[in-house]
Design a protein around this ligand. Sequence first.
Ligand code: TRP
Length: 335
Amino acid sequence: MSNRTVLTGITTTGTPHLGNYVGAIKPAIKASHSDGVLSCYFLADYHALIKCRDPEIVHRSTLEIAATWLALGLDTDKAVFYRQSDIPEISELTWLLTCVTAKGLMNRAHAYKAAVQENVEKGEDADFAMTMGLFSYPILMAADILMFNAHEVPVGRDQVQHLEMARDIAQRFNHFFGDHFVLPEAVVDDNVAVLPGQDGRKMSKSYNNTIPLWLPEKKLRKSIMRIVTNSLEPGEPKQTEDSALFAIYSAFANAEQRAEMKQAFADGIAWGAAKQQCFELINAELADARAIYEELIADPDRIEACLQEGAQRAREIAAPFMRELRDAVGIRPLV
Ligand code: TRP
């Protein structure tokens, strides 16, 4: 029987890349196989609307991310895998939480403050291009988490403040209406590599330095060949520190392979040869899953059915809990 709930969401605004795989998807799928926890993973398509007004991107990204998690072996018998927008209780809860959330709390959100700051620096009005979606984003995220009374929420460092806000909001609701919510905790795994991109900065869509996860073999090789190195010649010893290539290789290597590559660097391996080995290692890890991914992407019905099943399981938890919460705030039948 599961006694702890682990939950995380993936915003559906892009194509999965190697950084997502190493930093989030792989550890989450591994965790989903462990006993004694209920894992809830969902596609945060409402969150996508905050950043993206291109319906085709939101739609395509939802398909690609779902196919990715399934191709990589997410155990959907164990984990509850669903699309946020299939759970109407989440938007309902968002409103109940909005009504207890202090505006001042939202004013302090890093993402919102950064957007204001950017406007001010450009000489614009502080509210320029600001939407209520961006401003209230942490409330929607709190609803995602509190709806399932998650204990642990694996996230990146940039999301820790949102977890603090979710706790704050939960506490306020509990204070007014009784003890309904578990106070969730952020789990930030410092052992999980932050993968550099081709230019050495963190691999991120915003830096345009990503290597998409499901590139066909030839393109994957090309993309790895483009990782920035320096001008040291074959035979000249090379440093592993500060090497994006070594960091990317390491994220896929076992301890022995990593030590061998470190030695090869010291022995002056040619950059081209090191890149070839990096390509082969990554390709070997992804090749089987890539074939499954291609099959799934070509069969959206199968993915949709899987998400519907996940939604049904999620709503078995969310619907009765929502009835309890509505009752607690006084929204209930008259007789
Ligand atoms: N905001 C998260 C991100 O950008 C995604 C997300 C939405 C999420 N809802 C969540 C993560 C609930 C954890 C729990 O990465």
